[in-house]
Ligand binder design. Sequence first.
Ligand code: BV8
Length: 239
Amino acid sequence: MNNIVILTGAGISAESGLKTFRAEDGLWEDHPVEEVATPEGFARNPGLVQRFYDERRASILAAAPNLAHLALGRLDAEWSGELLIVTQNIDDLHERGGARRVLHMHGEGLSAWCQSCDARHRWTGPLRNGPPCPACGDVALRPDIVWFGEMPYRMGEIYAAIARADLFVSIGTSGAVYPAAGFVQEANRSGARTVELNLEPSAGSRWFAETRLGPASELVPEWVGDVLSASFPSPRQPA
Ligand code: BV8
């Protein structure tokens, strides 16, 4: 087994204290998704959307990586084959947990994107009081987030990695949002072994060859141990 693709969602950061989207105390509960996670919502009420992401940015900075992030950091350091962690999360806890091969398909909370000059800047402060773009000086910075109806980042790279994968693992995601929720079906088409690690079965559980249920901080270190000790069954299904 050489090539691994991992998809992560909000559930991997839940034990770091960051809210998920669809729990009862979830993020969308306070705000209809159309208001805060669409370009139309931003055009309609930029102040509300900027405040929503200012709060998320502050909570990201206050959070710490948990045992699941640290285990993936260890996997990244020790895995000699291909590895790509595709995350739907906008936090930087994978990176702070030691992972390097990380792709944020829905953008990053600690990045600001200038709508005038297209520059992107690492951003840890608020955006709601209209700071000027450090590159062009215009007051045109938006959260560097992929909203509903916008194309996720680096999709070509993601599909190429899945096409080469021997193992596809989904961690902490409800499988509610596309195209991420469809990756497991691509992985099955490319003959990869598919594993889901989640607190409860996701909407796509039936597409996975194996599902392990429990908190990520327990499941992920155990699974990484299995993979690194090569006690993991060979993933390539017979052609
Ligand atoms: C696009 C950034 C096309 C924002 C996000 C009808 C059918 C199919 C598709 C569509 C449709 N209508 C519209 C669409 C497309 C739409 C979509 O899928 N809508 C859904 C609602 C049906 N998708 C899009 O718009 C995407 N773009 O399609 O573009 C296009 C084509 C051409 C040109 C232009 C465009 C873009 C979607 C991206 C939206 N942005 N995030 C932000 O973060 O603020 S989505 C956001 O929700 C996340 O990023 C993630 O992707 C998604 C789901 O969240 P999860 O991460 O899964 O979190 P959730 O709370 O749902 O679940 C947590 C899970 O963890 C649970 O299962 C829970 O049990 C588990 N868990 C909890 N605690 C733990 C745990 N597991 C382990 N341990 C624990 N401790």
